[in-house]
Design a protein around this ligand. Structure first.
Ligand SMILES: Cc1cc2nc3c(=O)[nH]c(=O)nc-3n(C[C@H](O)[C@H](O)[C@H](O)COP(=O)(O)OP(=O)(O)OC[C@H]3O[C@@H](n4cnc5c(N)ncnc54)[C@H](O)[C@@H]3O)c2cc1C
Length: 381
């Protein structure tokens, strides 16, 4: 578990002269830590940067398919597991959708620590990443040069060329949640214009706390008042706000020689705002391509091309989900209730959710490569 708080002020010393790396991974959350995990035992100098200590800042409700967590060796971070969704609409008090696989809520700090433990020799430093020129990344602690650079910094896509979106303009959703103490048995969703027109509210229990929030697919819609309304309705206290922008359109996964994974590439799934397993999935894909470069099986240009094509091959699925996301704001009244009821049929929910899981299937995760065996000379040094 990380015990230090992020270094600030005088403690934030400049990098030693020539802070170079073979691979520079910017961002130490779901996507970035997964890339580092795949590069374990390559013998390369892998440097991971984040402006906060690993696991310090949770930004999501932290629910993911259980099988993904298990396959990545992260099951110790699981807090609660669910095999159905309880859905509420204005016309239906309770509709239960059975799931063909389970979701688990987890402890963010613990999950990051477990993932970080699988990184092997990769080094970690806290630094705010400010921009990039060619293969040089500028940070508040100085420059770092690396031939292989990964942007896993989230929606801001800091290392992309040109300007990024400026919220609320851009293909972004927004989410806000609170974490009151409490217990619950169900993953609950509210599809209800009383809270939000284009989006949904949720309550995800995590053993002794509830993660309750509202997300909107329209970045102009405020989410604070809707979150407070939902809290009032479920008789919970506003405690521990957290929120973020969520990119809801897939973007090029490589640009100007940089690899993008997770939210920086718009890999979060548009309708559900599920972006943790896809950050794992595309993090693994980047890691595999970089590993092949480090092992001399391909060059950087081939890695960029292959990863770009891999991510691009998912575009049509993302676009299809994006279209359903855009149409949900028109789904009210009887059509919404009818659809909600249809999903209570196990055949329908099994088929749909199975296909949904297959967009980024848990079988993609395999155990981390074994730790490097150090030579006698390295041990002596
Ligand atoms: C309220 C809310 C609830 C959500 N709930 C869920 C959920 O239950 N399940 C799910 O699957 N998805 C959920 N999501 C979406 C999910 O959080 C994201 O898709 C996911 O976090 C993306 O992972 P990532 O590693 O790409 O980016 P992030 O998790 O955003 O990580 C980016 C990392 O980069 C660091 N960073 C950013 N900028 C800089 C900088 N300039 N310099 C240095 N470091 C920097 C950050 O500190 C962070 O560690 C939710 C989102 C929100 C907003």
């Amino acid at each position: 578990m990380p015990v230090r708080a992020t270094k600030r002020g005088a403690a934030r010393v400049p990098f030693p002269h020539g802070a170079d790396a073979d691979v520079l991974i910017c961002g130490a959350s779901f996507a970035g830590l997964t890339v580092a995990r795949v590069l374990r035992s390559t013998g390369a100098r892998v440097l991971v940067l984040d402006r906060y200590e690993v696991g310090e800042r949770q930004t999501s409700a932290c629910a993911a398919p259980t099988e993904w967590l298990r396959n990545l060796g992260l099951e110790a971070s699981i807090r609660q597991t669910f095999d159905s969704l309880l859905v509420h609409t204005p016309g239906i008090e309770r509709a239960r959708w059975a799931l063909p696989f389970s979701f688990s809520t987890f402890d963010y700090r613990q999950l990051c620590a477990l993932l970080f433990d699988q990184r092997g020799e990769a080094e970690f430093e806290t630094a705010k990443v400010e921009g990039r020129t060619g293969n040089t990344v500028r940070t508040d602690r100085g420059d770092v040069r690396a031939p292989l650079i990964v942007d896993a910094l989230g929606w801001r896509r800091v290392l992309g060329p040109g300007d990024n979106f400026q919220p609320p303009d851009g293909p972004l959703s927004r989410g806000l949640e609170v974490h009151p103490s409490g217990v619950g048995d169900d993953l609950e969703l509210w599809i209800d214009p009383r809270y939000v027109d284009a989006g949904y509210g949720w309550s995800f229990p995590a053993r002794d706390e509830l993660r309750i929030g509202v997300g909107s697919f329209d970045p102009h819609d405020p989410v604070k008042q809707p979150t407070l309304r939902l809290l009032e309705d479920v008789a919970a206290e506003p405690h521990g706000y957290q929120g973020n922008w969520i990119p809801h359109r897939i973007r090029p996964a490589t640009e100007d020689g940089v690899f993008f994974a997770g939210d920086s590439a718009g890999h979060c799934l548009p309708l559900t705002a599920e972006g943790i397993r896809t950050a794992f999935y595309f993090g693994i894909a980047v890691g595999r391509e970089l590993r092949a470069v480090l092992e001399g099986r391909q060059d950087r240009a081939q890695a960029l091309k292959r990863y770009h094509a891999f991510s691009g091959s998912h575009r049509w699925k993302y676009e299809a989900i994006y279209l359903s996301q855009q149409s949900i704001r028109h789904l009210h009244g009887r059509p919404l209730d009818t659809l909600t009821r249809i999903f209570t049929r196990p055949r329908v929910s099994n088929w749909t959710f199975r296909h949904y899981l297959d967009i980024a299937p848990p079988q993609f995760a395999v155990p981390a490569p074994p730790a490097a065996v150090r030579t006698a000379r390295e041990v002596a040094a």
